[in-house]
Design a protein around this ligand. Sequence first.
Ligand code: ATP
Length: 363
Amino acid sequence: MARLRIENLRKEYDTGSIVAVDDLTLSIDDGEFVTVVGPSGCGKTTTLRMIAGLEKPTSGTISIGDEDVTAQTARHRDVAMVFQNYALYPHKTVAQNMGFGLRMSTDLDADERREKVEWAADMMDITDLLEKTPDELSGGQKQRVALGRAIVREPAVFLFDEPLSNLDAKLRTTMRTEIQRLQNELDITAVYVTHDQEEAMTMGDRMVILDEGELQQVGAPTDVYESPANAFVGGFVGSPSMNFAEVAVDRDGGRTTLVGDGFEYPVSDAFASAMPDDDRFELGIRPENVAVDAAGDDGGGITATVEVVEPVGADNYLTLDVAEHFVARVDSSIEPAPGDEVTVRFDEDSVQLFDVDSGETHS
Ligand code: ATP
């Protein structure tokens, strides 16, 4: 295992008219599992393919351990990649699929190779599949084989390109746990690309958020969730999404009030004094930080009408006529009917203020 360093990585396509990855710098520690997430076309796969050596960077460097591998071909890099479509050889058995890489890249003899394949098969619980061919396997089994093929080589770095996207929801959850178990047991250095922000949050020691080829934020999932660097990250990470409303700041009369489309929200003196001097902000608040009480409750807040009630088990999602239809995530014991008037309060400590023009977070 080894540390992976990416410095000022850039990839242009079509003689520069498309910038798929723009000045990406990132350091991944030995044994660290980093997830990369972002909307379609943000440059996730291109980044991974450059690390694998399948795509040549326009500029920038990639190092594994102390070695600059930027000019090395894929075959010479000590990485293993797991693909969404499994990429198994259809006419080889599972054992042959798993052992093939070892034959090509090491000088182990047949017995040693068999031993390693058996070890990896045992890790992935696929020993009874070793003599089958891929067409005899289910999607989940194929992905286990693909994972086994990656671990058998004991590479310095594992690269995962949306490996669970072709599996159904239940199997995806099982395999997610399986990959986390592998991570715990083998302490692998991994870059895991996904478009699923929940997968990125639950699996990553740190998560990297990209948009339009540019790094938006990198950090521990809870830090990213609680302190997004900008409105894009705030909106991308978390489900249901963060609520946004542009607000003007009214500082008249000794009280500070945030005035949004159809609502006024007085803030505490402590909050007001910590706010920058700007007159306008993009306010962001997560659904679980929007409290809903019966209308007329004392203590301020916003009077709103409930538009939609969605029960999701332990919680209810309430769509409210605050700004662009704020969503509140409340305990299922709070069950107003559509059309009811309620009082809405924000957990002030969780309110994010973003710059209206740049979207950057105000600290
Ligand atoms: P998705 O989640 O849809 O797979 P992604 O985040 O992995 O997207 P990339 O596949 O890395 O994004 O693509 C980044 C950008 O580069 C996109 O605008 C894409 O159209 C472009 N791109 C990728 N590969 C090529 C190529 N071979 N030639 C031209 N443009 C490309």
